[in-house]
Design a protein around this ligand. Sequence first.
Ligand SMILES: O=C(O)CCC(=O)C(=O)O
Length: 237
Amino acid sequence: MTRDTITKGRLPNAPASVYYIPDFISSEEEQNLINKVLSAPKPKWVHLKNRRLQNWGGVVVNNAMVAEPLPPWLTSFNPRFRELEVFEGLDPIHKDPNHCLINEYLPGQGILPHKDGPAYHPTVATVSLSSHCVLEFFKFSDLSEDRKNQEPEFSILVQPRSLLVLKEDVYNHYMHGIREVHSDNLTEGNILNLDRAFPPNNPAPISPLQRDTRISLTFRIVPKTIRGNRFLAPPKK
Ligand SMILES: O=C(O)CCC(=O)C(=O)O
């Protein structure tokens, strides 16, 4: 993969900037990553109402993170992120992501439209495992009270093994969310990347796409980090 790969992955019909790269990882890598996620110690999972998640790199509190190193199976993406310049120029100190939130969604689960908080540099790189989802985007001012049922301005079909990168305007001025449904009708929601997701020799299915359990690895840079021992009392003299 080269810098050209990400340039070609940019969706010209989306607001600046959405990059979508299908088959970013191989099926073998995908399976290894699924095994790593599922073999994490039980307390690593945080159970929410509509999904469960793992936090790697440290917990973000008040826009800062008590940092701990990411494990090798998550830093293994760094050479590819550097080659594609995904996090290039964002931070003078952190050249690679230092935080990864892993989400697991069962069919019928999702995430309400939201904006990633100010604790992060405005770039998120998502590697998807096991199943697809449709990520929906809403302009801030468009958002009604009924966040669950609002029609998106546009959507992206996020396939397993793909890389999705959100930056700039789309990161700063749009909310994103995943509807809590068991299947996705690809003719709805103004999906902007169907031509990338389904090349001519593999056309998009007409019937709704059934969801399976999906795992997403969302990589970000938290610029403000605190070393863990900062909270420890100084040694007695
Ligand atoms: O699972 C995804 O692809 C989206 C996750 C997300 O929106 C988030 O972690 O803020």
